[in-house]
Ligand binder design. Structure first.
Ligand code: ZN
Length: 163
């Protein structure tokens, strides 16, 4: 395989615009490319699979169904948690997420979907669960990952992790 193609163990830089089926822009790189480690579950599977074998300069329009994106919506829907369960000085706004520990000790993310008088409404579904994702992508960089990046499972430097 050519070293200039998207493949496992390479750091891929992409410019992207993510829109929902209504055409609303949900996220965009806007000149600051996203770097991800291919094959390490850094991005949703439907997009990762569509990029395999592509080269720098390639542009793609990819529609990712929920099952290959953030999943289908599940569970009973939003639940209320007393505001008093949160630290008094916590700045709680819709869209934020936090982790709770389940009875079997797993960390589960919850997203704040609304605020009521004395309740915080939370949902275990990712905000984009159940949504078909339309990505307009351009590949702007491909390089082999460094050993440390493979070990961490993510790229370092511009567009990646800083630590
Ligand atoms: Zn790292």
């Amino acid at each position: 395989m050519s070293s200039s193609e998207v493949a496992d163990g390479r750091v891929i830089e992409i410019e992207y615009t993510l829109t929902n089926p209504q055409g609303e822009v949900l996220d965009a790189s806007e000149g600051e490319p996203l770097a991800y480690l291919h094959g390490a579950d850094n991005i949703v599977p439907g997009l990762e699979n569509a990029l395999v074998g592509k080269s720098v300069g390639d542009k793609l329009d990819v529609v990712v169904p929920p099952a290959e994106g953030y999943g289908e919506r599940q569970g009973p829907g939003p639940q209320g948690i007393p505001r008093t369960s949160f630290p008094a000085d916590a700045d709680i706004v819709p869209g934020m997420s936090f982790a709770v520990e389940t009875e079997d000790g797993q960390l589960m993310p919850l997203w704040v979907v609304g605020l009521e008088a004395d309740q915080v409404m939370v949902d275990a579904n990712h905000p984009l669960a159940g949504v078909a994702l339309h990505f307009a992508v351009e590949i702007v960089g491909i390089r082999d990952a460094r050993a440390e990046e493979l070990e961490h499972g993510h790229p370092h430097g511009p567009g990646g992790h800083h630590h």
